[in-house]
Design a protein around this ligand. Structure first.
Ligand code: AMP
Length: 191
């Protein structure tokens, strides 16, 4: 299995680039944000619990997202690999992911980290909020809380993968195609 993490703050383009990457490399897309939103629309107990955190721009507890990812990995045998999007977001999630993949004799090949300035992120998320139907995209203070949460908790995930020399920073501003090309070049060196 060839497993990739697409990393970056909210609004850095992970969703857009994920779609292009899974089409090109045949990877299975696992987005914890998407999985949580589908739990919310299904009004499951997990979704209702997660919504309380998401509405405030806070991270959902580790055990909830790790449980979701664990079952998604188990339900996707015999695949080329996973593209993790929005996961892991804490060092505890990163360690748990390594253990889950280890059970499948697999590992993370590379973490691609999209780098975008804070003002550009806020601008993009407010714009996305006009059409995405996501309540956490329409309120500037929730958007800033999500970016703060990223800096407070999520950047430690890059430190975790740095120790294994698996992190590649990619400039996440510019045309979608140029960013995609830069991501592909990094993936191709590890394939
Ligand atoms: P996203 O679609 O990736 O921007 O995620 C939307 C929201 O879902 C985040 O602001 C968090 O509240 C929650 N979320 C998504 N992924 C995770 C994760 N790996 N760990 C904790 N919370 C998450």
């Amino acid at each position: 299995m060839f497993n990739v993490i697409l990393f970056g703050p909210p609004g850095s383009g992970k969703g857009t680039q994920s779609e292009k990457l899974i089409a090109k490399y045949g990877l299975k897309h696992l987005s914890t944000g998407d999985l949580l939103r589908s739990e919310i629309s299904g009004q499951t107990a997990l979704g209702l619990e997660a919504k309380k955190f998401m509405d405030k721009g806070q991270l959902v507890p580790d055990e909830v997202v790790i449980g979701m990812i664990s079952s998604a990995i188990d339900h996707n045998d015999k695949i080329t690999g996973f593209l993790f999007d929005g996961f892991p977001r804490t060092a505890a999630q990163a360690e748990a992911l390594d253990k889950l993949l280890d059970l499948k004799n697999a590992s993370i090949a590379i973490m691609l980290a999209l780098d975008v300035s804070e003002e550009e992120l806020v601008k993009r998320l407010m714009k996305r909020g006009e059409t995405s139907g996501r309540s956490d995209d329409t309120n500037e203070s929730v958007i800033r809380a999500r970016i703060d949460e990223y800096h407070a908790k999520t950047t430690s995930v890059a430190d975790y993968y740095h120790q294994f020399d698996k992190v590649k920073m990619i400039k996440g501003e510019g045309s979608i195609d140029d960013i995609f090309l830069a991501l592909c070049q990094e993936i191709d060196t590890r394939l």
